[in-house]
Design a protein around this ligand. Structure first.
Ligand SMILES: *Cc1c(COP(=O)(O)O)cnc(C)c1O
Length: 432
């Protein structure tokens, strides 16, 4: 069978063999075939360019096909592509772990590798539950934010919002003590809810998206209240898991959202930006206290978890290359610059008709449009999505919420075009 020179175009061929993520295949438009990427731009088959304003599902940090990452990946590929990670190790895994521990919140001391954000969360949950079991004091429950998103595997779904996305599986998900997101004005209610659950004494861990809940619609809350929540957890001996899968690597203006806090987590989950958006890789880090609870002559206390591609050397090489770029002064300046431009745009947009709220932290900005239907299934969503695509901008609304999470290399001109597209949406709704 020939794979080239097919008379049908790629989208039609795709439509015959592929099942896309988060896509209603019956009604979805044909996918746009992308043939090339450079900087913040993607190019389709006909040469049309698109600004990747959502960093390809929040993973891309430094632009597409970045030459530095490409070089490191290619060198690694020709040296060692993969090796079993039980009983063996390699330079990229060790070097990336050392590099991460150098910049992660204080107190993290061990790196456990997996493949994606959901598995990073699964590993953290298993570490937390087994931590207590290993000491002969099992604790059953996990606390999470009601609107959170931690991934699509069963454990990750369990600690995520009980939304329409997970409805068919609700009866299979383990029970979780949910507390409200402490958005401004709501802080005390959340603290009271946490204290009530904590008093039960049966809580293994609290998992949270620090400062920004991505999938919930870039819902934001302040560091001070999170510090309060983490202090309560410490007082009740509840382990804390910072899910920095989306917020990590500069997204919120600091290298990690946890850097805004006084209190430090026991565990951290990373993925998305970890390789700069090049390869699938996940990381769960933990403090010595967690790690030491698994050290024993009794083999049953081992963390029996691993994936075939654990610590894949090529992915780790991409991680090292991306980290070099992320920690450079140029990137730090870019992040501050994008944050400042977002702030100015927020000020300009917030008072306009049709806009309910504008939220911003670091390189993340979210514009919530006033609309009776705040659902992901709202028609406004499709209208906005198609409008942006026509303009050559990739924006993937969460219901009536438009957000920008750009690659840090986005130019001023490109950013201006993204803002202009959002203003076009504002005019669409206010003219109706
Ligand atoms: C995307 C995301 C995940 C899941 O990561 P995947 O790599 O998509 O499995 C987990 N937590 C948060 C906060 C995320 O944004």
């Amino acid at each position: 069978m020939s794979t080239t020179g097919n008379s049908q175009n790629l989208a039609t061929r795709d439509n015959q063999v592929i099942w896309h993520p988060y896509t209603q295949m019956k009604t979805a438009a044909l996918p746009v075939p992308i043939v090339r990427g450079e900087g913040a731009l993607l190019y389709d088959e006909r040469g049309k360019e698109y600004i990747d304003a959502v960093a390809s599902w929040w993973v891309n940090l430094h632009g597409h096909s970045h030459p530095h990452i490409a070089k490191k990946v290619s060198e690694q590929l020709q040296t060692l592509e993969h090796v079993i990670f039980a009983g063996f190790t390699h330079q990229p895994a060790v070097e990336l772990a050392e590099g991460l521990l150098r910049i992660l919140p204080e107190g993290q001391s061990r790196v456990f590798y997996s493949d994606n954000g959901s598995t990073a969360v699964e590993v953290a949950l298993k570490m937390a539950i087994q931590y207590w079991a290993n000491q002969g004091t099992p604790k059953r429950k996990i606390i999470a934010f009601r609107d959170s998103y931690h991934g699509d595997t069963f454990g990750a779904m369990s600690v995520s919002s009980r939304s329409a996305f997970t409805a068919p599986f609700w009866s299979y998900l383990f029970e979780v003590a949910f507390i409200d997101v402490p958005i401004p004005g709501n802080e005390n209610e959340t603290i009271v809810q946490l204290e009530a659950h904590a008093a039960s004494g049966d809580i293994a861990a609290f998992i949270y998206e620090p400062l920004v809940l991505g999938t919930a619609g870039m819902v934001m809350y302040e560091p001070a209240v999170l510090d309060n929540l983490l202090t309560i957890c410490q007082q009740h001996d509840i382990l804390t898991i910072a899910d920095e899968v989306m917020t990590g690597f500069g997204r919120t203006g600091k290298l990690f959202a946890s850097h805004y806090l006084q209190q430090k987590p026991d565990m951290v989950c990373l993925s998305k930006g970890l390789t700069g958006g090049t390869m699938a890789l996940g990381v769960t880090t933990c403090s010595n206290r967690i790690y030491e609870a698994f050290l024993a002559n009794d083999k049953s206390k081992t963390l029996f978890h691993g994936h075939s591609y654990t610590a894949n050397p090529v992915a780790c090489a991409a991680g090292i290359a991306s980290l070099e770029l992320t920690t450079s002064p140029e990137t730090e300046q870019r992040i501050a610059h994008i944050a400042a431009r977002h702030q100015a745009f927020a000020t300009e947009l917030a008072p306009l008709p049709g806009i309910k709220e504008v939220r911003q932290r670091g390189t993340i900005i979210a514009i919530e449009f006033a609309d009776e239907s705040t659902s992901y299934f709202s028609n406004l969503r499709d209208t906005f999505y198609n409008y942006a695509l026509e303009q050559g901008v990739i924006l993937r609304p969460l219901g009536n919420i438009i957000y920008i999470i750009p690659p840090y290399c986005i130019t001023d001109e490109q950013l201006a075009k993204v803002y202009q597209t959002i203003k076009g949406m504002q005019q669409l709704v206010s003219n109706n």
